[in-house]
Design a binder for this molecule. Structure first.
Ligand code: C5P
Length: 401
């Protein structure tokens, strides 16, 4: 975790029972060589004392923008920091951060900060699941802030579920990893395909699939965060990448995805094909809505271009091509066959037999299969964490080219 050495961290602590863990967190960051300036909300003082924190960090812990004797310059604090970390972040704090309601020193410093901001929420599971909270989180992510995912388990209310603050060790390693990965793909061009494709039957109906595009969007964000120049070719999906650097090209059909991918592929250093492309499309899309006149209806389907296989054929030395395989049976054998046939450098396998893996869920459980039959199996993780694993693997392959 040496990446924390010398880093200046503003640690914002808000009023949650998880605040007792912030002392351990502060201690951990200091031990790793960071300088930590604690900011607290008045509510946080009910859970942990400023004295504990100032003793651990060897700096006074500020809980007011001003007191009778002094004014703490939140603008200066915001500019001083290499990172701002708000842990725990309560539902109230998320709301204030999302809306810029600067009635305490943490939100005031947050609005002035030019550094990356990380927040580790902590609350009861229903508060966490509430659409208002989730909307605030989305907003904060859309401003480029970083969410340190909540843990699952027993909560202070006695209920069990998601909402716990990540453990101090996880938070510290999240920050460390951020600095470690920073710019590790700088100067690299990454091409991604994601989402489903829709193949028109008539102006109203289409053939599609259950892909949400989540995995591809997570990959796009993760690659952009590492400094890559990312082009995301995205089938119909309601999702968008959060990272402002990602260039997104929206397409609808496999053919449109094929055209776009073929155009960008020659310049790409790394291409990751996470899209669930329809294998067939109706031979002809009816210009008018098909009426239900007869008892049955037969659609004639024709094969779509195989984008992966086509790119695989034109792949040059120095280019990496990564595929996905979503299988329901004979997973490994099928994936290895695709790896070979489509000329992938490696293939990411997710099995629909694993709970929490595959379409339309926030988690995934993958294996990465290599040409030499080497297989790496990973645990069930958030798609964001899976994206990091995939990019780590890609970076290893890149170094071997
Ligand atoms: O053959 P299958 O569809 O299972 O292969 C999956 C891999 O091939 C994925 O990486 C997918 O994005 C890619 N693919 C493609 N074009 C197709 C079909 C699949 O790029 N027409």
């Amino acid at each position: 975790m040496t990446k924390l050495k010398g880093k200046k961290i503003l640690l914002g602590i808000t009023g949650s029972i998880a605040a007792y863990k912030s002392a351990v967190l502060a201690r951990l960051l200091i031990k790793e060589g960071a300088q930590v300036q604690v900011l607290m909300t008045p509510a946080a003082k009910a859970f942990i004392t400023p004295l504990t924190l100032s003793t651990l960090t060897r700096r006074p812990a500020f809980s007011e923008v001003s007191s009778e004797e002094s004014w703490h310059n939140h603008v200066e604090l915001g500019l001083w920091a290499d990172a701002m970390l708000i842990a725990p972040a309560t539902a109230t704090t998320l709301s204030k951060l999302a809306h810029g309601l600067a009635d305490n020193i943490i939100v005031a410093a947050y609005l002035s900060a030019r550094c990356p901001v990380f927040f580790a929420p902590a609350m009861d599971l229903d508060m966490w699941a509430h659409p208002a909270t989730q909307e605030n989180v989305r907003r904060l992510l859309s401003y480029g802030n970083h969410l340190i995912p909540v843990g699952e388990g027993e909560l202070a209310s006695g209920l069990v579920g998601p909402g716990r603050m990540a453990e101090p060790e996880e938070i510290a390693s999240y920050l460390s990893k951020y600095w470690q990965q920073e710019q590790s793909l700088a100067g690299r061009k990454v091409l991604l395909t994601a989402g489903p494709t829709y193949e028109a039957i008539d102006p109203v109906r289409f053939i599609g699939n259950r892909s949400s595009g989540k995995m591809g969007v997570a990959l796009a964000d993760a690659a952009a965060k590492r400094g890559a120049d990312v082009t995301l070719i995205m089938g119909p999906s309601r999702l968008s990448p959060q990272h402002p650097g990602v260039k997104t090209i929206r397409v609808e059909t496999a053919d449109q995805m094929f055209q776009a991918a073929t155009r960008f592929f020659p310049d790409a250093d790394i291409s990751i094909l996470a899209a669930a492309v329809a294998d067939y499309r109706p031979k002809e899309a009816s210009a008018e809505k098909i009426k239900k006149k007869s008892e049955g209806l037969t659609l004639e389907l024709v094969k779509n271009p195989d984008i992966a296989a086509s790119l695989g054929k034109t792949k040059k030395a120095g280019q990496l091509l990564v595929g996905f395989a979503l299988e329901t049976h004979n997973e490994t054998a099928n994936a290895l066959e695709k790896l070979e046939k489509k000329n992938f450098d490696c293939i990411v396998l997710n099995s629909l037999q694993d709970a929490g893996a595959g379409f339309n869920v926030d988690t995934n459980k993958i294996s990465i299969l290599h040409k030499n039959n080497k297989i790496r199996n990973f645990e069930l993780k958030s798609k964001a964490a899976v994206a990091e694993d995939i990019l780590d693997e890609v970076e290893t392959l890149l170094r071997q080219l």
